[in-house]
Design a protein around this ligand. Structure first.
Ligand code: ZN
Length: 289
């Protein structure tokens, strides 16, 4: 009854140098209604205090304060570099060696996320784990900033993969991105898989690729098993992972949404916070004194 559709071609995910296809987050808002925000923060803290198993879903908004750029804004990666957008489509990537060569060259230059560190939002979610309340952390981001902040890798589901690793499109080969970039810098413009000769690609889910069924099943299970679902920095517009919030709600979990702007799931949430994430998340995960 609660099954999330598997094998659905990914509708809104990206590859290349990127984080997520969500529209760019607005600047933190909420200065006029501080009392209301404070009340909402108190309500969220109470829910977190009372919860025993929290499943978190994060999106691009949590990484914005780390300087991860958006894609389609005026300074977006794709706006400035249409070739990067083509490389994010699996058909172009597989079908055109020139697209792959350009993509590897861009990565090898190291211009991608050179000095990107986790921010207070990522660190706040580590606190949830320290308080032994975190069931699972599902992220739509491909930047590994949750793990870099200190979240346990086995608690994190990277539903759209990671750009810090490379995978073969033909066999099970996986390795660190840097290992393959060293080959590019040494002269291999389009390095093939060392095991089978197949095409290598960053270990993200590109447009046209299916999500990994096992990851979706884990995410669904985490939505069913939690008693509180916390959505952070996501417009909840990307299917099918946005189904997890519905599943959590339908199976009796409380729901908190923290995002810079309204989402279509705000009406089912117990607490909605439209506020800056790196400022607000640390306040709501802190134990009530
Ligand atoms: Zn291979």
């Amino acid at each position: 009854m609660y099954f999330i559709a598997f094998h659905t071609p990914c509708q809104g995910v990206v590859d290349v140098v990127s984080g997520s296809a969500s529209p760019s987050s607005p600047p933190p808002i909420y200065d006029a209604a501080m009392d209301t925000l404070d009340e909402s923060i108190d309500a969220a803290r109470s829910l977190i205090d009372g919860a025993q198993a929290i499943t978190v879903l994060t999106g691009a908004g949590i990484s914005t304060d780390s300087g991860i750029p958006d894609f389609r804004g005026p300074n977006g990666l794709w706006t400035k570099d249409p070739a990067a957008e083509r490389a994010s489509n699996i058909n172009f990537y597989v079908g055109d060696p020139a697209v792959r060569r350009a993509n590897w060259a861009q990565r090898a230059k190291g211009s991608l996320w050179a000095n990107v560190d986790p921010n207070a939002g990522h660190q706040a979610l580590v606190e949830l784990e320290r308080r032994e309340k975190l069931h699972t952390l599902i992220t739509q981001n491909v930047d590994e900033l949750h793990q870099r902040a200190g979240s346990s890798p086995d608690r994190v589901i990277e539903i759209h993969g990671t750009t810090r690793k490379v995978a073969c499109l033909e066999c099970d080969y996986r390795d660190d991105m840097e290992t393959v970039l060293d080959r590019v810098r040494a002269g291999e413009a389009d390095p093939p898989c060392p095991n089978c000769g197949g095409i290598l690609k960053s270990a993200t889910i590109s447009f046209g690729q299916s999500l990994i069924a096992e990851d979706l099943q884990r995410a669904e299970r985490a939505a069913v098993e939690c008693d509180l679902f916390l959505a952070v920095g996501t417009s909840l517009a990307v299917f099918p992972i946005n189904e997890t919030i519905k599943v959590a709600h339908q199976t009796g979990s409380k729901v908190i949404i923290l995002n810079g702007e309204a989402t279509v799931f705000d009406p089912i949430a117990d607490v909605v916070l439209h506020a800056g994430i790196s400022e607000t998340l640390p306040r709501i995960v802190r134990a009530v004194a």
